[in-house]
Design a protein around this ligand. Structure first.
Ligand code: SAH
Length: 427
């Protein structure tokens, strides 16, 4: 075995077969920007979608040896051994490397188990034991995700400055380029951060975290990571935001990889936009990693789909941090009351009596189903089901506290009889 990475951009790669194996292999070929040609009388719907989108060329018939003309690589993905053998033989004739899913001994190239981690690609061959390759790949992936293995230059040299075999010695240290990533941490369950968010967290030098960020995510940080608790920054809210912006900019200018970790999605009532502007104004590269927002996830965790066919064709997310009629409020509560779909209110617990009253006063029926979900997706999740008329009183009687979302609309009861409420303190 001689490991190689193929640079396939713009090069013809033939895939013979249009079934499940081909469906699994084509995406990685497309990711490598190969010119993928599939030869098969029929295709799975997923492959057909690639064809319809113009990403894959389809030759709708059985394989013919001339299909290999101009190909750099062929992937055999047919069930019939005789058909597979015919492709192999034609490829051998033309000295084109041939991957065979059905028979690794007949193949002239093996595909490794792969994991991709940002710019890093890890490929593992199990010496004829694919399950072992997958197990090793998974172990490496887990360590990359958790940050136990970062593979960054500082760690490539031993304590004595020695370089392990096969690793190019690092040149003079690169000039550090700082950057800021605004990362959505998800609604509360630490498993609901995105894969990219978790990777950037594992690579961070500095993490600036919010109150709503799942603690377990911070628990995993390497000891040398500087953790800035944004909730502990003194001064009033406005000054605190300026101070957070200043920390982001300062650390990035000093060359750090900064992760600004925010509950839910960074741009949903999270002031992420202000932080992005502050970084941009200071000339610092800033990226945003979207997060699973509590406005959708907390209802879902309580068995409430924000839309449902035949029940709600819209959902609206609003902030309830200001009461209706407040001079600074940008929310048109009378318009919301006229909508028939789902209304999700964040930061609305304190103003819930006024919000419910405004919706009723402007015409939303008082028997509209309503629910309050506290600490959705976490072990402490609590759910109160009620109606527009009574939800404020019920939430108060149940001792519901922030963070909580309030959901109004028929979707609240759509699944409730079929799905048991699994929340620990579910009412
Ligand atoms: N960016 C966040 C929202 C920030 S505003 C997001 O996309 O989820 C803070 C409000 O979000 C809280 O007052 C509460 O209304 C809601 N919230 C956040 N996490 C929550 C959770 N786990 N359960 C219920 N509501 C939550």
């Amino acid at each position: 075995m001689y490991p190689l990475a193929l640079r396939l951009a713009g090069r013809r790669v033939l895939v013979v077969g249009g079934g499940a194996v081909a469906t699994r292999r084509v995406p990685a070929l497309l990711d490598a920007e190969a010119r993928v040609v599939v030869v098969a009388p029929e295709l799975t719907p997923a492959l057909r979608a690639h064809v319809d989108a113009g990403r894959v060329e389809w030759v709708a018939r059985e394989f013919a040896p001339a299909d290999l003309d101009g190909a750099w690589l062929v992937q055999v993905a047919v069930d019939d051994p005789a058909a597979a053998e015919a492709v192999s033989a034609a490829a051998l004739d033309r000295q084109i490397f041939c991957v065979r899913a059905d028979d690794r001994d007949a193949a002239t190239a093996w595909t490794p188990a792969v994991t991709r981690h940002g710019p890093l690609t890890v490929a593992v061959l199990g010496g004829g034991d694919p399950r072992r390759a997958v197990a090793v790949r998974d172990a490496i992936r887990e360590q990359l995700i958790s940050g136990t293995l970062s593979g960054r230059p500082a760690e490539r040299t031993g304590a004595d400055g020695s370089v392990p075999d096969g690793v190019t010695p690092p040149g003079p240290p690169e000039r550090p380029v700082g950057r800021v990533a605004l990362v959505g941490a998800g609604p509360g369950d630490p498993e609901l951060i995105t894969v990219r968010g978790r990777r950037l967290l594992a690579e961070a030098d500095v993490v600036v975290a919010d109150r709503l960020v799942p603690g377990l995510l911070l628990d995993e940080l390497r000891p040398e990571v500087e953790l800035v608790d944004a909730t502990k920054i003194p001064h009033g809210p406005a000054a605190a935001q300026e101070e957070i912006n200043r920390v982001l900019v300062d650390r990035a200018l000093a060359g750090a990889r900064v992760v600004r970790l925010k509950g839910g999605d960074p741009y949903v009532f999270g002031r992420g936009g202000e932080e992005a502007l502050a970084c941009a104004a200071a000339g610092i590269p800033v990226t945003v990693v979207p997060g699973v927002t509590s406005s959708v996830a907390a209802p879902a965790a309580a068995g409430i789909p924000v839309t449902h066919r035949g029940v709600a064709h819209e959902f609206t997310v609003v902030s309830g941090h200001l009461p209706p009629e407040h001079p600074d409020s940008l929310v048109d509560w009378s318009a919301l009351a006229r909508l028939r779909g789902t209304l999700v209110v964040l930061m609305g617990l304190n103003n819930l009596p006024a919000i419910a009253a405004a919706l009723r006063a402007h015409g939303r029926p008082s028997e509209t189903p309503a629910a309050v979900v506290q600490e959705g997706t976490t072990g402490a999740q609590r759910v109160v089901r009620s109606t527009l008329d009574e939800v404020a009183a019920h939430a108060r009687a149940a001792g519901i506290r922030p963070p909580a979302v309030v959901v109004f609309g028929d979707v609240v009861t759509t699944l409730s009889s079929a799905l048991p409420d699994r929340s620990p303190a579910g009412e």
